[in-house]
Design a protein around this ligand. Structure first.
Ligand code: ADP
Ligand code: MG
Length: 690
């Protein structure tokens, strides 16, 4: 039984929140009292124990001192008041507290014999330590100094952490009544030595010591991860329950036959992931696997191996890509791989002629074609398969849950393989793609020349363009990527303006194209197609240059305002070049005054997408990468997949145990977990949609 909880209240109804401050709370996303309870401090100022005067300044940062006033010096200098108070601490050592402020700040407030608590940065001069005071308090006669851990909340320009802390403190008993259902089963909380949820809220908002605060916070992180991992585990167990997929037979010589049809040997990674995929497809449980591998790592071939196995078992496959160009490129690469096995490929695009579409539909419907490749045009009702057994979804984050479901709905329970060229670290992948199994290609085929990467200051941009010109003169093509479309986006370099400038002053004699997200999609595809056909020398664009676009003749990638991008995204952009035999270059241009060179240097040193993603995750947090994969599941409120990875692992294994023992979450102990899953939009989508 979950006890009836008091209703939530608008944040404006809390003590200390008035008509002026309520909107400031809302701006921070705190709309209600319960949201305030969940607004956890991100750190604490430790004001508990004073530092003896003799040791002030050793620790660095702000420190606390307590002492008795022995003298006061006050001056006014042009509207500023400077107050210097000499004190002696309880060990008899002297120190000075100093205030500098505007009119009537602390002037006249202190006198000899007073006991003060002060906090601030420490300077030391010949006569001893000086505290530049940021906080202070006057202790009453005989009062013991009782310092506290001061919670620091994420604040805004107009709403200081101090104000938030004051409102939390004033309303804490009331807020604690509003605790949500607790997702952590009591036995699990006890085993992990977590306090009751309510005590954990108290511990994070008003901790007695740092350990209590840390443990309290960890409880919320664990609860969040547990909820997410349970959602994923429920999805998985549901998928595993029905046994309604076609279990395929893998002929013993299939890998050998595949390899003998190729002009090269499979890499170790390719061989391993093909094994993982085929093992899934042998089961009568539908495969749901993500294949991730850097650009150029050879995912196409792995996809072909999956198609081949399906076809060997008389089943058709469908591959859905986010744009026509990408679909078309897949077709161009897959058709020759499948040809030696007599497998026909049909394409389905929005812009296709009625006639060729009708022919494709016929071959898919009759089962004559082994593979359909297309855009979301594949989802249309009239696209029917004879025996669809495998759905391949390229860059799946660019399709909605519903679109993916519609493709799979074209068969009873097809095996599903997702492809992505966005390498993300394993823990992040597991939470973002919660119920997918993960296969990773972590090496490139041998014999690639690494892309040479430079970080260059904007003041040398004209030199960069000379370099581009030389490469064009040698018969190659180049990309120039800018962060903004036009001038409306502040001081970022705009693609439109840069294209105009290049056409007028720099590359007047070259064939330039312009690509950005506000162009009609027809126009975009046409420009891209011209670049693919070699009819443009330089393509100026925003980041719309598709992941996966493959123009072997493009050898130079110039990224303007490179400091604006995450490393993973820059790595993706770099992947547009280096696709052919010629040596390729990536030039990261950053403003002379940007202090970001070190971050960009990482890219000049490594070409390994996973290493880069890992560094990016550490430098910028999961939000950035999660943005790349656009998933609600990665919008963690409390947890951090880098810092809290151990907690994540523990939560994941707890979730597996819970779902294995109680797949309906019907045990009383799991009521809170169930209620939490039903209430959270992101997990609800995970659990309750397909
Ligand atoms: P991805 O789709 O992962 O970006 P592709 O499948 O397009 O990569 O492969 C990139 C290039 O590498 C293609 O030209 C492909 O023929 C080649 N390739 C793939 N596997 C191998 C291999 N094992 N050895 C050599 N070249 C390979
Ligand atoms: Mg590819």
């Amino acid at each position: 039984m979950i006890a009836q909880r008091p209703a939530d209240a608008d944040v404006g109804e809390l003590a200390g929140v008035g008509a002026k401050t309520a909107p400031l709370f809302r701006e921070l996303g705190i709309e209600t009292a319960r949201a305030l309870l969940d607004y956890l401090p991100f750190r604490y100022d430790d004001l508990r124990s004073p530092t003896p005067a003799a040791r002030l300044g050793e620790a660095g940062g702000e420190e606390n001192a307590v002492g008795t006033v022995t003298g006061v010096k006050e001056r006014r200098v042009r509207g500023l008041e400077i107050v210097e108070v000499a004190l002696t601490d309880d060990g008899g050592d002297p120190f000075v507290a100093k205030w500098i402020g505007r009119n009537r700040y602390v002037y006249g407030r202190f006198h000899e014999g007073m006991r003060l608590f002060v906090r601030g940065r420490i300077e030391r001069n010949f006569s001893g330590p000086i505290v530049s005071v940021t906080h202070y308090g006057v202790l009453a006669e005989g009062e013991e100094y009782r310092g506290e851990l001061v919670p620091i909340y994420r604040a805004s320009k107009d709403l200081a952490s101090r104000k938030i802390a004051a409102v939390v403190r004033k309303n804490l008993p009331r807020l604690l009544e509003l605790s949500n259902a607790d997702p952590v089963p009591a036995s699990l909380a006890a085993a992990r030595r977590y306090p009751a949820q309510r005590d954990a809220y108290r511990a994070v908002h008003a901790p007695r010591d740092p350990e209590e605060a840390r443990n309290g916070r960890e409880r919320f992180v664990f609860a969040e991860f547990l909820t997410l991992a349970t959602a994923a585990q429920l999805r998985r167990s549901e998928r595993e329950r029905d046994h309604d997929a076609r279990a395929l037979r893998v002929p013993p010589d299939l890998l050998e036959r595949l390899e003998s049809a190729l002009p090269f040997a499979l890499t170790v990674s390719q061989r391993r992931v093909i094994g993982e995929i085929w093992a899934d497809m042998r089961r009568d449980v539908p495969m749901n696997r993500l294949l991730q591998g850097d650009v150029g790592s050879g995912k196409t071939l792995v996809a072909a191996a999956a198609v081949l196995l399906a076809a060997e078992n008389g089943m058709q496959s469908a591959l859905m890509a986010p744009t026509e160009l990408l679909a078309w490129q897949h077709a161009a690469k897959l058709a020759p791989l499948l040809l030696p096995f007599g497998l026909g490929v049909e394409t389905l695009f929005g812009s296709q002629s009625a006639r060729s579409r009708a022919a494709a539909l016929e071959k898919l419907g009759s089962g004559a074609a082994a593979l359909a490749i297309g855009t979301h045009a594949l989802l249309e009702e009239r696209v029917g398969f004879d025996r669809l057994g495998l759905a391949i979804i390229d860059e799946q984050h660019r399709f909605g849950v519903e679109q993916r479901a519609r493709l799979r709905a074209k068969a009873l329970s097809p095996h599903t393989l997702h492809l992505t060229a966005t390498p993300i670290p394993r823990t992040l992948a597991q939470s973002v793609y919660a119920d997918l199994d993960l296969s990773t290609i972590d090496e490139l085929p041998p014999g690639r020349t690494p892309i040479q990467t430079f970080a260059v200051r904007t003041s040398r941009l004209e030199r960069v363009y000379e370099f581009v010109r030389a490469n064009v003169a040698a018969g190659h093509q180049a990309y120039v990527v800018a962060p903004a479309i036009d001038e409306s986006e502040g001081n970022l370099t705009s693609a439109v303006a840069e294209a105009e400038r290049l056409a007028a002053n720099v590359f007047g004699d070259l064939r330039l194209g312009l690509l950005h997200g506000r162009l009609a999609s027809r126009e975009k595809e046409e420009t891209m197609a011209r670049f693919v056909r070699g009819e443009l020398d330089v393509l100026v664009s925003t980041t719309v240059v598709e992941v996966g676009v493959d123009v072997a003749n493009a050898t130079t990638m110039v990224v303007l305002d490179a400091h604006r991008y995450g490393l993973a995204q820059l790595h993706q952009l770099r992947g547009r070049v280096g696709r052919g035999a010629a040596k390729s270059y990536c030039i990261l241009v950053y403003p002379d005054d940007a202090g970001d060179r070190e971050r960009l240097e990482i890219l000049t040193q490594t070409g390994d997408g996973f290493e880069i993603a890992d560094k990016d995750l550490r430098l910028r947090g999961p939000g950035e990468l999660a943005g790349t994969v656009q998933s609600g599941a990665a919008n963690l409120r409390f947890g951090d997949l880098v810092a809290d990875v151990d907690v994540y692992r523990a939560a994941k294994s707890a979730a597996e145990t819970i779902v294995a023992r109680d797949p309906q979450l019907s045990a009383a102990e799991h009521a809170g977990l169930r209620a939490t899953l039903e209430a959270a939009p992101s997990t609800r989508a995970l659990v309750f949609s397909s």
